[in-house]
Write a protein that binds this ligand. Structure first.
Ligand code: NAD
Length: 339
């Protein structure tokens, strides 16, 4: 199938090309994100392949699906192949209305993301980032580097699907008590975690890690009311989706000390920032810039998925999804509208 690959980076091209030797699709790579302004690049393709910060709202979907009469090339996209797990950036209702099939990569390496979440916890706690810089400057003082044992601490995991379950297992291995909250509890998790209400999880956890999807229900799940229920000095970790957290409410809580540590791999407005080298530009997002001023905040730029294993699995599943669609085979990774 002829597929336009949007927001393509060198590593996407490398992993897709290497796996595509076995599939033989015609992949054309475009650096820009898909949005209404770039929708015309999809002309002449049957499928598009997109990532987390591509915009597939109603307007963009209508633009990529509609045939432009009189134009040399026509937009007639039939397949959206997400090379990620989350699909919150796709208007599924409009995609269905336009007859566009949406497929995704439900799991490529839950270990990659869970391990990154634990990495953020350890870094915030033991301050590796500060120790690294200090030692390189010959400063061996320990002032300001005091951490705490993870052993015996209580960790709240919100969303105990593939990633949350592995994060729970790793932290259970550290000797943490695991509290869990999920709309649909995972029986496999019950051996190591106690399912509790959100209120109990908020009020008893020393560390809270978010692993549920972004939906209208989970938007700003962590807001000022939720934070008010938490322990003073709580550590918050978000490797899921930025808008699970009301960033302004968290900034207020960081200033008061209510939130003692914040580790983010995702950010509400990350589409304007992440995956690009902006080191020579003036960043206009004042909320993001404020976050960077706190010594107890660590932000990584949506890199939790970024392991060799994950990229290989993403390429394999994406290309198989495209082949399934092309051959008219039922694709197990089709995203359906919630019933
Ligand atoms: P999953 O579908 O296996 O698990 C999600 C869990 O959240 C499920 O158990 C589900 O029941 C639960 N859930 C749904 N609605 C909920 C609600 N309202 N409250 C509490 N729990 C709820 O998904 P996964 O593979 O574990 O991925 C989790 C999230 O991680 C994805 O949605 C995605 O946004 C994010 N993610 C981030 C990266 C990254 O690089 N940072 C990479 C992959 C996935």
């Amino acid at each position: 199938m002829k597929v336009a690959v949007f927001s393509a980076k060198s590593y996407d091209r490398q992993s897709l090309e290497s796996v595509n030797r076995d599939y033989g699709h015609e992949l054309v790579y475009f650096s820009p994100n898909l949005e209404i302004e770039t929708a015309k690049l999809a002309a002449g393709f049957t499928g598009i392949c997109v990532f987390v910060n591509d915009t597939l709202d109603a307007e963009t979907l209508r633009a990529i699906a509609s045939k432009i009469s009189g134009s040399k090339s026509e937009n007639d996209i039939k397949l959206i192949a997400l090379r990620c797990t989350g699909f919150n950036n796709v208007d599924l209702t409009v995609a269905k209305e336009l007859g566009i099939t949406v497929v995704r990569v439900p799991a490529y390496s839950p270990y990659a993301v869970a391990e990154h979440a634990v990495g953020l916890i350890l870094t915030l706690n033991r301050k590796f980032h500060r120790a690294y810089a200090r030692v390189r400057e010959g400063n061996f003082s320990l002032d300001g580097l005091l951490g705490f044992d993870l052993h015996d601490r209580t960790v709240g995991i919100i969303g105990t699907g593939r990633i949350g379950m592995i994060a729970a297992q790793i932290l259970h291995g550290f000797g943490c008590h695991i509290l869990a909250y999920d709309k649909f509890p995972n029986p496999a998790c019950e051996a190591i975690a106690s399912y509790v209400s959100l209120f109990e999880l908020f009020s008893k956890s020393d560390i809270i890690s978010l692993h549920c999807p972004l939906t209208p229900e989970t938007h700003h799940l962590i807001n000022s009311e939720a934070i008010a229920q938490m322990k003073h000095g709580v550590m918050l970790i978000n490797t899921s989706r930025g808008a699970l957290i009301d960033t302004k409410a968290v900034i207020k809580a960081l200033k008061s000390g209510k939130v003692g540590y914040l580790g983010l791999d995702v950010y509400e407005q990350e589409a304007d920032l992440f995956f690009e080298d902006l080191s020579n530009t003036v960043i206009q997002d004042d909320v993001f810039q404020r976050l960077l001023t706190f010594p107890n905040v660590i932000i990584t730029g949506h890199q939790a998925f970024f392991t060799e294993d994950a990229l290989r699995n993403i390429a394999q599943t994406t290309l198989q999804n495209i082949t399934d669609f092309e051959n008219g085979n039922p694709c197990p990774n089709t995203v359906n509208l919630p019933s």
